[in-house]
Design a protein. Structure first.
Length: 325
């Protein structure tokens, strides 16, 4: 009985409807000077990241050293929860207490935790990652990123990628394949094999299709035909669809807009970003785009480019609406 009372008490304390909590949130949001808010936010991020990393590497060591399939599977599940639930929850609550951002979220509200999906988004700032975490928290399966093989050598980050079983993407440049023809297709097969472990566990694969952050200088240099976007890069998406096409059920198309100007990470931590508008669209994946036709012939590449261009033109129109309203 006492435990039941404690649970209800804690639920009431952290309920958004709690008047006392709301008053504290208002105080923390508006009284702190921006620099103090930024230092406090950064300090909290460092604090919970360090604590969770210690726990993460302990479980990762068990996964690495114990050659028992059941133990490794259980350890993988714990690692996914640390990264996709615990770290995400800490991040969301930090910005709820200290942030001053009003999120205007539109479009699709019903996503699926039990379905494999590909998430694509435009990219303007490092803040985009925190916005995606905020928007998708508790709505999609554990996140997975395709990483280049060279990134596995990064201290700490490389070990996290390995512990979370992030798919490794290895691409041979064209001149290397021409010199060594036997390498043709091996990069695709390596990527496909690294995704085998996701056949029985739903995941959300994230990809910034532009490949780099948007700036007007890059837009001009590219000769981009879009008003608010860079040209999309087809190779990464095509490789994902080749490696996981049989599992991926949905395309989650996300458009992020900052009506008051694109913020830097420090500005975001300091509470200088007031409004973020996010449009979420759930789209079906054309079966004809899967299974690697992009890599087989020019006709397959042309069809893939047409599909991606159409998607990006729709996203450009969405950006117009988000910025003008």
């Amino acid at each position: 009985m006492r435990n039941q009372i404690n649970v209800h008490f804690l639920a009431g304390m952290f309920s958004p409807d709690n008047k006392r909590l709301s008053e504290r949130l208002c105080l923390m949001r508006f009284v702190f000077p921006s620099v103090l808010r930024g230092v406090l936010t950064l300090g909290i991020y460092v604090g919970f990241t360090v604590v969770l990393c210690l726990f993460f590497f302990l479980v990762a060591a068990v996964k690495l050293l114990v050659p028992v399939k059941t133990v490794r599977k259980r350890a993988t599940g714990i690692l996914d929860r640390i990264a996709s639930r615990m770290w995400v929850a800490c991040s969301v609550w930090t910005h709820r207490f200290l942030g001053r951002v009003v999120y205007d979220m539109r479009g699709e509200t019903q996503l699926h935790m039990d379905r494999w999906c590909l998430i694509v988004s435009n990219h303007q700032s490092w803040v985009d990652i925190l916005v995606l975490i905020r928007v998708l928290a508790g709505r999609v399966p554990p996140y997975k990123f395709f990483v280049k093989k060279e990134l596995l050598w990064l201290p700490l980050m490389g070990q996290c990628f390995l512990g979370l079983d992030f798919p490794v993407m290895k691409r041979y440049p064209r001149h290397v394949v021409e010199k060594y023809p036997h390498l043709k297709g091996q990069d695709l097969e390596t990527t496909r094999k690294s995704c085998e472990k996701f056949r029985h566990t739903p995941v959300a694969v994230m990809n910034f299709v532009e490949g780099t952050r948007f700036t007007r200088e890059k837009q001009k240099k590219q000769g981009s035909p879009y008003r608010h976007l860079l040209r999309p890069r087809a190779g990464g998406v095509a490789m994902i669809l080749y490696a996981m096409g049989d599992q991926l059920r949905d395309l989650v198309d996300i458009t992020i807009a900052y009506p008051d100007g694109v913020p830097g990470l420090w500005d975001f931590f300091c509470g200088r970003t007031r409004r973020v508008r996010v449009d979420v669209r759930l789209r079906a994946i054309d079966e004809g785009l899967k299974h690697g036709r992009y890599f087989e012939d020019q006709q397959g590449r042309d069809r893939f480019y047409q599909w991606l261009d159409q998607l990006w033109r729709q996203k450009d129109q969405t950006m117009d609406k988000l910025l003008s309203q």
